[in-house]
Ligand binder design. Structure first.
Ligand code: SF4
Ligand code: SF4
Length: 84
């Protein structure tokens, strides 16, 4: 069953949250480049391995598109989605 998407009235907005497993992140920034909304950035702080880990610098802009999770070579990102 498909939803009628011809108008936005009554359609729920999707909000996303990208959660990085900080201790496993190697700071390669592939996810930062892959995010279309500049949600992610490398932190100034380092994790236990000494890497500047990725985290959500602008979490409110996340749409839950999952691009970041798909491209992470170490599967460090979990994306959650909810209707607003
Ligand atoms: S789920 Fe999409 S919008 Fe959210 S941080 Fe990842 S790439 Fe960016
Ligand atoms: S792609 Fe994965 S390993 Fe690389 S910075 Fe992002 S979360 Fe860390």
């Amino acid at each position: 069953m498909y939803e009628n998407c011809n108008n936005s009235l009554g359609m729920a907005k999707i909000k996303g949250a990208a959660v990085v497993d900080i201790d496993r992140c190697k700071g390669c920034a592939v996810c930062v480049a892959a995010c279309p909304f500049d949600v992610l950035a490398l932190a100034r702080e380092v994790n236990a391995k000494g890497y500047h880990y990725s985290s959500a610098a602008h979490p409110d802009a996340c749409t839950g598109c999952t691009n970041c999770a798909v491209v992470c070579p170490d599967s460090c990102i979990t994306v959650y989605r909810q209707k607003e």
